[in-house]
Design a protein around this ligand. Structure first.
Ligand code: FAD
Length: 451
């Protein structure tokens, strides 16, 4: 059939999930793939999430794959319109919300989501107005995952070490004025349940000018339990345990003694309330319920002991997870799990519709995890194509969508447009030794392109 000859497929979202899915689909020798992205620039969290001191390399180039930025699916074009124009549609639009704490005081100035903070230092347009107030000496991060460690590291890294990264000029300016000396990372459970990985922990332990604060009491009895845990968790816990309980050698002791900044893990604490300052205008601390663990292994839960503790601070960052949004009323969405219900990437009950990445399996895992699951979705789609399960007959693909977008006054940004923006960013970074100075204003980007 014609469909077998030139399958027209589109992918929504240009983060790792979108690009890796497209890469797999292009194994089909005739497939044409269009990637729609709401930002004028590609790469999703690789550009706007991954910390500036963790650079990663990424591009996809093929004559059969096109990038169309500045197109928000659900607003500029609907999913049913895409389904009309293509043989198959893959939703890879990530997880753009944050999970709320749902505790009193959360709305006070001085409280923000780690998601917004990360977007701010990485140049995500919608977070450029954040202006976090770093005039306090203590910040509290609620959460103990890699994002929490990224945020702690950026807050405590000597600014001169960030000068040669692609962190935005504005964020670097604010960080230079920062008075934050201590960062606490608070978790409801214990050292065996932390959600960060060993590489990120090691970076924290070795952070120049900062020393770790760990309470050996939190680690009592852990030496025995460690033997039973699987290997990656075991190595991570051993590193935590050593840092908490072993006396450092002379060089490390001297380094720690001269450190002007500190970070610590506060275990067995569940946030109950953000405490206001006396005038009620700002956050001044967090009230924590002391917890203990019940249950074993995966089912381990933190239950309150009845004791409370107040932790004073001037900045509260909630880092308890990202969350996907529904994109279009026509697409099934599990609002409890925050994912599109699917079986191996096939959206339940909607033939021809697929999903990959964080919107498929929830907001956990690194880029490599996202790659594996995106390849799997690509594989399922190609299987369905081969089995004749997708609509037969030709589909117009981008030609139809372009007409719709143009009638709605939307001007897409192509991959070669992006290459111009990319060159501009690199040029702006040159004088200062940065790999690039990111453009952060979509209007300016479109102006530079003559749109
Ligand atoms: P995303 O990367 O979020 O991509 C989704 C894309 O869809 C975005 O470009 C978005 O703009 C677009 N989009 C959203 N809605 C629409 C719409 N309606 N229409 C069109 N487009 C839309 N992994 C690592 O391996 N190393 C790290 O150092 C690392 N650091 C991280 C730091 C942070 C703060 C975070 C949050 C994650 C980090 N990760 C890291 C994990 C990694 O970023 C994710 O695994 C991966 O980005 C998920 O890919 P995705 O494509 O599903 O989502």
């Amino acid at each position: 059939s014609t469909q077998e000859k030139t399958p027209q497929i589109c992918v929504v979202g240009s983060g790792p999930a979108g690009f890796y899915t497209a890469q797999h689909l292009l194994k089909h020798p005739q497939a044409h793939v269009d990637i729609y992205e709401k930002q004028p620039v590609p790469f999703g969290l690789v550009r706007f999430g991954v910390a500036p001191d963790h650079p990663e390399v990424k591009t996809a180039h093929s004559g059969r794959c096109a990038f169309w930025g500045n197109v928000e699916v659900g607003r500029d074009v609907t999913v049913p319109e895409l389904q009309e124009a293509y043989h198959a549609v893959v939703l890879s639009y990530g997880a753009e919300d944050h999970r709320a704490l749902e505790i009193p005081g959360e709305e006070l100035p001085g409280v923000c989501s780690a998601r917004a903070f990360v977007g701010w230092y990485n140049g995500l347009p919608e977070n450029q107005e954040l202006e976090p107030d770093l005039s306090c000496d203590t910040a509290v991060i609620l959460g103990q995952g890699n994002v929490a460690l990224d945020v702690a590291r950026i807050l405590l890294t000597p600014p001169e070490h960030l000068e040669r990264t692609d962190i935005t000029k504005a964020a670097l300016g604010v960080l230079r004025q920062s008075r934050v000396k201590t960062v606490w990372l608070v978790g409801r459970r214990g050292p065996l349940q932390v959600a960060f990985t060993i590489k990120e922990l090691r970076e924290m332990i070795q952070l120049p000018g900062a020393r770790p604060i760990l309470d050996p009491v939190d680690f009592l009895g852990l030496q025995d339990k460690i033997k039973e845990v699987p290997r990656p968790r075991k190595r991570l816990t051993e590193l935590l345990l050593r840092t908490a309980t072993e006396k450092p050698g002379p060089a490390e002791a001297a380094r720690q003694a001269s450190a002007s900044r500190a970070w610590g893990l506060r275990f067995f604490r569940s946030p109950q309330q953000v405490l206001p300052s006396p005038d009620g205008r700002r956050a001044a601390g967090v009230r924590l319920a002391v917890t203990r663990l019940e249950g074993v292994d995966e089912a381990t839960r933190a239950v309150p002991t009845g004791d409370m503790e107040d932790l004073p601070c001037g900045l509260v960052l909630s880092s308890i997870g990202y969350k996907s949004r529904p994109v279009d009323p026509s697409v099934p969405f599990d609002s409890k799990l925050g994912v599109i219900p699917n079986v191996e990437g096939r959206v339940m009950d909607v033939p021809g519709l697929y999903c990959s990445g964080w919107v498929k399996r929830g907001p956990t895992g690194v880029i490599a995890t996202t790659m594996t699951d995106s390849f799997l979705t690509g594989q399922m789609l190609l299987q369905d194509l081969k089995a004749g399960l997708l609509p037969s007959g030709p589909r117009p693909g981008y030609a139809a969508i372009q007409a719709l977008l143009s009638s709605r006054g939307v001007r897409p940004v192509s991959f070669s447009d992006w290459e111009k923006l990319d060159a501009e960013e690199v040029a702006r970074g040159q004088g200062t030794g940065k790999p690039r100075e990111k453009l952060v204003d979509p209007q300016e980007m479109l102006r530079l392109l003559g749109h």
